[in-house]
Design a protein around this ligand. Structure first.
Ligand SMILES: Cc1ncc(COP(=O)(O)O)c(C=O)c1O
Length: 507
């Protein structure tokens, strides 16, 4: 649908830069609402175009979309009207969006959303309930309780979990570490870090997502308080090293208080041995936080159940439904044991929000105003169910193993023992020096992207650079995977040339 002149305000915003002296006529809000029907039709058509049309567009936006050009000077005192703004979204925003939900995107830990999530997002915004306090959005709070119940069953094997829906796994990790600090150092909550008689230390592995270390520094323990334990194999924490480091730290007068285990590392999709780490945490009286942001959805697969053993002993768990549960960004969860509910460093008195008998979500976390994020998760699970998600997760894993097999048979070195949907592979021409081999992997990724056949990145693991391909997609098929493998082989065999990428970076 093209906007007509009458859709656009006669005073286009970029022709009037000043807000001074303007008073919006009272009919303007009325007119904005009157246009809603036509705008909804246009938005519905655009929704279909976005949701179903990724493969018809290039994976990467054209270079001009990497600066602000298409959106520069589009804002000013007057609006263009709803219908024209929807059209602007189609022409100015959509071509500048990376095709992360595209089945050829096998890059960072981004998924494609099931349709219920984006639809729920529209309705949640229309309700505009503030889900910080139950009295402002009872159904949003009820949805949160229900999703915590089902995820608590799935991950902690019990109903009485506490927790929150949060906008991002990084915040879910931070939430867990702040609770850990509050449990270990109650004096910190009143007296701050000076009241603690030593250096609090947090343990994670060198393969833990960086948000774990950031949670430590944000919690005020300093970079030196974050201990990075070495890994082996595909990137699983060495529990013997964990024990040794804790002993050494205690001998030095430091104060170990928490450990993060990962169920599905970002780089290689490895599992830490959660059960063994839980034993260490128990023996050492540490808080156990599990980062299941990426791998969590694999808990739905019976064959991977043993990899999640020990999660029921965690004090807190971070899960990202916006990753492998196919929710749109952002929707994350932190689950905590019901028994730790009394531990609440976040509840600060105020006199203006009515209190109830329950502790409301805004009192249990950092956020005050809260979008009804739980409703998007509730609606997605209500519409599509867990079984559909389980089947797509299983298919993504099957396709990853197929991709590895094709790359291996074409001569790539493939990182063995993959269980999740991350494939790591490297092309190693014998005549190249090790650092040239490392650089070649990046060039392979860039060449495949330049040919518009896939988006993926590289990762450092075990002293080498690997092509890292990660499938979290509803539509990636055997045909896609086979084409990606072929494109990688062609790219690997192409002699090096220096040129500019679509994003403007030198390849
Ligand atoms: C294992 C893991 N933990 C935490 C995060 C951070 O999650 P978010 O991007 O939702 O903040 C990621 C992101 O990829 C991840 O892979």
């Amino acid at each position: 649908m093209n906007p007509t002149d009458s859709d656009r305000d006669v005073h286009a915003p970029n022709s009037h830069d000043s807000f001074a002296g303007r008073r919006a006529p009272s009919h303007r809000a009325t007119r904005a609402r009157r246009d809603l029907d036509r705008a909804l039709d246009a938005a519905a058509a655009l929704f279909r175009e976005i949701h179903l049309g990724w493969e018809d567009r290039p994976l990467t936006p054209a270079p001009e979309w990497y600066d602000s050009a298409p959106l520069a000077h589009t804002l000013g005192p007057l609006g263009v009207g709803l219908v024209a703004a929807v059209e602007d979204f189609r022409t100015r925003v959509l071509p500048g969006a990376l095709g992360a939900p595209d089945p050829r995107y096998v890059g960072l830990v981004n998924s494609s959303p099931l349709p219920a999530g984006p639809l729920a997002d529209l309705l949640i915004s229309a309700l505009d309930n503030n889900c910080g306090a139950e009295h402002q959005g009872p159904s949003g709070a009820a949805a949160e309780r229900e999703v915590l119940r089902v995820f608590g069953r799935l991950f902690m094997d019990r109903d009485n979990v506490s927790g929150l829906v949060l906008p991002g796994g990084s915040l879910a990790n931070l939430h867990g570490i702040l609770l850990a600090r509050a449990r270990a150092f109650p004096e910190w909550e009143s007296g701050g870090p000076a009241s603690v008689p030593g250096r609090p230390t947090l343990y994670l592995s060198d393969a833990t997502h960086f948000s774990g270390a950031r949670a430590g520094t944000a919690a005020g323990i300093g970079r030196e308080g974050v201990r990075s334990v070495p890994t082996d194999g595909r990137g699983s924490i060495r529990v013997d090293e964990l024990r040794r480091m804790i002993d050494d730290d205690r001998a030095s007068g430091h104060l170990p208080f928490a450990v993060i285990a990962t169920a599905g590392t970002t780089g290689t999709g490895a599992f830490d041995p959660v059960s063994e780490i839980a034993d260490v945490a128990k023996a050492e009286d540490l808080w156990l936080h599990v980062d299941a942001c990426y791998g969590g959805a694999a808990r739905l697969l019976p064959e991977l159940t043993p990899r999640f053993a020990g999660l029921e002993r965690a004090d807190s768990i971070a899960i990202d439904p916006h990753k492998w549960f196919f929710l749109p960004l952002t929707c994350s969860l932190v689950l905590t044991r019901g028994s730790t509910a009394s531990l609440n460093p976040f509840d600060i008195e105020n006199s203006y929000i009515p209190r109830g008998t329950d502790v409301y979500p805004y009192q249990r976390g950092i956020l005050t105003s809260r979008r009804g994020m739980a409703l998007a998760l509730w609606m997605t699970l209500r519409a599509h169910g867990f079984d559909l998600i389980r089947d797509v997760v299983a298919e993504n894993i099957r396709l990853t193993r197929r991709l590895e097999a094709r790359l291996a048979s074409a001569g790539f070195e493939v990182l063995p023992d993959g269980e999740l949907s991350v494939a790591c592979a490297r092309w190693v021409p014998p005549e190249l020096e090790p650092d040239e081999v490392d650089r070649l992997q990046g060039r392979i990724a860039e060449r495949v992207l330049a040919a518009d056949r896939a988006w993926f990145s590289t990762v450092r693991h075990a002293g080498h650079t690997w092509c890292r391909l990660n499938i979290l997609n509803l539509d990636t098929s055997e045909a896609h995977v086979d084409d990606i493998a072929d494109a990688m082989v062609e790219a690997a065999r192409t002699p090096a040339v220096s040129r500019r990428s679509r994003s403007g970076r030198t390849r």
